[in-house]
Design a protein around this ligand. Structure first.
Ligand code: ADP
Length: 494
């Protein structure tokens, strides 16, 4: 192993997640932290920690020079970017390599090809990957775009070429609304990305979001590690994920896996990556985009395959060939992840940041918690409000669900509202249980009132539990008295 010291250019749970694998491999770690994160566990977990400036990410975690400088100061010879922040910034990957530091991730070329929605479509098309029917070139001429929309057939979706994070996307159900919606999509794209080019594609009414984990080494070997189902989303962002998908047949699993490998081949990919697809009601799938980094929900894949994805990323960066082939990988058991956000599900999932007055993690068989906070710390307004990822594993889907419900019940967080009650609602819903849910789940089934029902039910369950405890206590008391009496009696007799 040529890598001796890794700087993790990130914060919170993912920084600790990466450092744990590094530690197991005997590699030293360096944390970076902003003024707001001084007390966070990721800073104390690392062998060394460097302050990189004020709380706003634009003045700390996103400042490329500060990260590279921190490597020089500490002698770190590799950077792991985590997810978010600089992880999909091609210019940063390039700068890191030019500074003689190993970037634990793909080539900057692969990042930039896959970072653009249309370039990536054009690239994967040559490798026979199924695409959502639509344009493969950007457009800003409304009349021409309208003609294409007619050919594709309504409903359609207008997307910003440079888009991301669900921005610049518009659904058009009717031809008469096309002009207005296209103007809006273009102005949103101009404001958000400084580029008003958009493209049009078929809108898949109720899709499933299914993604495939891939790993490629620098010697041309690429494998897939099966799929994750991530259709439970709010604001186009995932909250509950699982592996494998409840509905895919073995045959389709292999087909979508092969498509993902082809996407990776199309950009000579190395490192860990995720190929996202949407699947229609027949489970026919279409390429959406590739995320050229470690994904938030990677643990569910780790649990069903037994592969530590971070260790693999580090070994790949170190030039080592993959130590397994496709046929060595098997799906074993089932895993779920729920994202514990400091958000109020009853109030449109608005962030609810503040102090974690009480924080008690669930424990026990089949439960993993990846988090970046401790009791008494503040969930800051400056960053993503995710407190933790709660992950469960079971021999089958049912056991994974039951363990997750039990773990949610054990999790005690006071001081901020969280998405836990919402996740509990999802896990009890028939559509989740039978696996037929789509990205429309939240919009179709969720209202704040359903949480009140859950709370009411829990309260009555809690009341029952208290009553039962009281009942048991009295019974024990009576039994004890009986025993005492019995002993006394017997003593007298003897
Ligand atoms: P972004 O990069 O902004 O996150 P994506 O292209 O990854 O955008 O899409 C985000 C989400 O939007 C998907 O997970 C899916 O729920 C929905 N979506 C995207 N394209 C379509 C489409 N053509 N039809 C239906 N839903 C779509």
């Amino acid at each position: 192993m040529s890598i001796k010291k890794i700087l993790v250019a990130n914060r919170g749970e993912i920084a600790i997640r990466v450092m744990r694998s590094a530690k197991e491999m005997g590699i030293a770690t360096v944390a970076v932290y902003s003024d707001a994160d001084k007390l966070l566990p990721h800073a104390s977990y690392a062998d060394e920690a460097i302050n990189i400036g004020p709380a706003p990410a634009s003045e700390s975690y996103l400042v490329q020079e500060k990260i590279i400088e921190a490597c020089k100061t500490t002698g770190a010879d590799a950077i792991h970017p985590g997810y978010g922040f600089l992880s999909e910034n091609a210019a940063f990957a390039d700068k890191v390599e030019k500074a003689g530091i190993n970037f634990i991730g793909p080539s900057s070329k692969a990042i930039s090809v896959m970072g653009d929605k249309l370039t990536s479509k054009q690239t994967v098309q040559k490798f026979n990957v199924p695409l959502v029917p639509g344009m493969d070139k950007p457009i800003n001429d409304v009349e021409k775009a309208k003609k294409v929309a007619d050919e594709i057939g309504y409903p359609i979706m207008i997307k910003a070429s440079a888009g991301g994070g669900g921005k610049g996307m518009r659904i058009v159900n009717d031809k008469k609304d096309f002009e207005e919606q296209m103007e809006r999509a273009m102005s949103e794209a101009r404001n958000s990305f400084g580029n008003d080019e958009v493209f049009v594609e078929k809108y898949i009414a109720s899709p499933k979001h299914i993604e495939v984990q891939v790993l490629g080494d620098k010697h041309g070997n690429i494998v897939h590690l099966f799929e994750r189902e991530c259709s439970i989303q709010r604001r186009h962002q995932k909250v509950v994920e699982e592996a494998p998908s409840a509905l895919l047949t073995e045959e389709r699993r292999m087909k979508i896996g092969e498509a993902a490998i082809n996407v990776a081949k199309s950009c000579a990919y190395f490192g860990a990556g995720t190929v996202e697809f949407i699947a229609d009601e027949n489970l026919d799938f279409y390429f959406l985009e590739m995320n050229t980094r470690l994904q938030v929900e990677h643990p569910v894949t780790e649990l069903i395959t037994g592969v530590d994805l971070v260790k693999e990323q580090i070994k790949i960066a170190d030039n080592q060939p993959l130590s397994f082939r496709q046929e060595d990988l098997k799906v074993q058991g089932h895993s779920l992840e729920v994202r514990v956000y400091a958000e109020d599900p009853a109030n449109n999932f608005l962030p609810d940041t503040g102090k974690l007055i009480s924080y008690v993690r669930p424990q026990g068989a089949g439960v993993r918690v990846d988090d970046g906070y401790e009791e008494g710390l503040d969930v800051s307004i400056y960053y993503d409000p995710m407190i933790a990822k709660l992950i469960s594993y079971g021999k089958d889907r049912n056991e994974a669900i039951e363990r997750m419900k039990r773990a949610i019940h054990e999790y005690q967080i006071a001081g901020v509202k969280t998405t836990l009650p919402f996740c509990d609602f999802v896990l009890r819903h028939q559509e989740f249980l039978d696996g037929s849910f789509t990205t429309k789940f939240v919009e179709t089934h969720f209202t704040p009132e359903v949480l009140e029902e859950v709370v009411d039910k829990e309260l009555s369950e809690a009341a029952l539990a208290v009553a039962y405890q009281e009942f048991s206590r009295r019974k024990v008391q009576v039994a004890r008295n009986d025993t005492k009496l019995g002993k006394w009696k017997s003593r007298v007799r003897n």
